[in-house]
Design a protein around this ligand. Structure first.
Ligand code: PXG
Length: 442
């Protein structure tokens, strides 16, 4: 006897979809069956322009030949190699290439399979680092309101999105949160970095005073908060966090799962802002979203602190079956080569002003209460319908999909982050379609 709910072909019920309105979806399914460069093909044969690079990950565009070929070849040559006590060449090669484009001083790489795992890995490295240095009293982790650091227990503990936390009990203990930096009253419709709010970094100083620096292991922030609706750090904010952490011996972790791999027009946001963290988490664009893989980059200071004791002993009791998986590593190498050959990070930097102009041209439309942008990231905040939060933006999402445009929404905010291969005419099409949608009464 089958466990299936019934045996109808194409039955959608067994798959409990992630972060999805399952009942709405299954009434009106939206399926992609193909993709190429800037477009998806839907199950009903329509082309949809991708204004979100999948979920902020397909930075080089879809089904790029070099990446596809690398995966195909690797799958036929070496499918899997045990990750513990054994290795394979491409995992080492990819780590070197990552270090080459990373901010100076981040010289070592731990592999994961997702952004959530990168975050939990980074938090564990931070705690263990202080312990091996004889500072085991540093156990606290500091995150930020509205932060998104994936969905594992470490990530939701330091994260600050209520819906992602409230169902899950006590989470990690010893966590505190800085305030978020969103100040629409002062900063609405700012192009690029907001003027107001840099001083909010001094809230970290207040938290340090409350708990004492000797109890704090690390601070984790997204340089630009993505999932919560694109919150761009106010001028001077990240540097201030860096200074406070340095002064108090606290590790600074940048969660670059979204901001990494050219999204800001630089390899990482750290380079865009000229602020170097001690640990950096990545995923998504590392393999162009094609194969699950993440990487955590750490400083030599951190890595070297673990390299003591008998040489036959494992130095750090952490890792995944698929850490540095050969097919993922091959995809990662081919992705980095594609970024380099096509100059996609520079291209993003050069295209960003055009993106900014297009985005801000929507300022006059009904219910638009803020527009924000940085690099190839943009957000349009809509006035929520009274008593029905999220509905206005979700309607815009559905209308856009019907009209051949893929956007993301979170709350009543539309977020966009196109593949970095986007041409000006794609950008015109994105904002032309959005103008029509927002003009209609949603
Ligand atoms: N950190 C950050 C900063 C992220 O944005 C994660 C960690 C977790 O990554 P994984 O690979 O475990 O999902 C993320 C993920 C959206 C959206 O539309 C954002 C994410 C994932 C899905 C949708 O904003 N970010």
């Amino acid at each position: 006897m089958s466990n299936r709910l019934n045996t109808t072909p194409n039955d959608l019920r067994a798959f409990w979809m992630p972060f999805t309105a399952n009942r709405q979806f299954k009434k009106e399914p939206r399926l992609f069956v193909g993709a190429k460069d800037m477009h998806y093909t839907t199950h009903d044969g329509r082309q949809v322009l991708d204004a979100t690079a999948g979920l902020w990950c397909v930075n080089a565009g879809h089904c790029r030949p070099k990446i596809t070929e690398a995966i195909r070849e690797q799958a036929g040559e070496l499918d899997y190699a045990p990750a513990f006590q054994l290795g394979h060449p491409k995992a080492f090669e990819l780590a070197n290439r990552l270090v080459d484009i990373a901010p100076e001083g981040l010289n070592h790489v731990l592999y994961t399979n997702s952004g959530s795992e990168s975050v939990d890995t980074a938090l564990k490295v931070a705690l263990a680092y202080h312990r091996v240095k004889g500072n085991g009293s540093r156990f606290r982790l500091i995150g930020r309101e509205r932060g998104y650091h994936g969905v594992n227990f470490g990530g939701i503990s330091v994260g600050g999105i209520v819906a992602n936390r409230k169902m899950f009990g006590t989470l990690l203990t010893g966590v505190d949160h800085m305030p978020h930096t969103h100040q629409p009253g002062k900063n609405a419709f700012t192009r690029g970095e907001p003027e107001h709010g840099g001083d909010l970094a001094s809230e970290l100083e207040r938290i340090v005073t409350l708990h004492d620096a000797s109890t704090i292991a690390a601070v984790i922030v997204e340089p630009v908060a993505g999932s919560t609706g694109v919150l761009i750090p106010p001028k001077g904010y990240l540097q201030k966090l860096r200074d406070i952490c340095t002064r108090h011996g606290i590790l600074l972790i940048f969660d670059e799962v979204i901001t990494g791999f050219g999204r800001m027009g630089t390899p990482f946001a750290a380079q865009y802002y000229g602020v170097t963290p001690d640990i950096m988490t990545t995923a998504k664009g590392l393999t162009n979203g094609v194969i699950p893989m993440g990487a955590v980059l750490v400083s030599s200071e951190i890595h070297d602190a673990f390299m003591s004791g008998p040489e036959h002993m494992i130095e750090f009791f952490h890792g995944y079956t698929y850490s540095g998986n050969p097919i993922a590593a091959a995809a990662g190498l081919a992705t980095l080569e594609t970024y380099k050959e096509e100059g996609l990070f520079d291209r993003a930097r050069d295209m960003a002003p055009y993106w900014e102009d297009g985005l801000h041209s929507l300022k006059d439309l009904p219910n638009v209460i803020d527009i924000r942008n940085i690099g190839m990231i943009g957000a349009i905040e809509l006035d929520p319908i009274a008593g029905e939060p999220t509905k206005r933006a979700f309607s815009a999402f559905l209308k856009a999909y019907e009209n051949g445009l893929l956007i993301r929404t979170t709350g009543d905010i539309i977020a966009m982050s196109p593949p970095l291969i986007a041409e000006k005419h794609h950008i015109d099409e994105i904002f032309g379609k959005l103008r029509e949608i927002l003009k209609s009464n949603i």
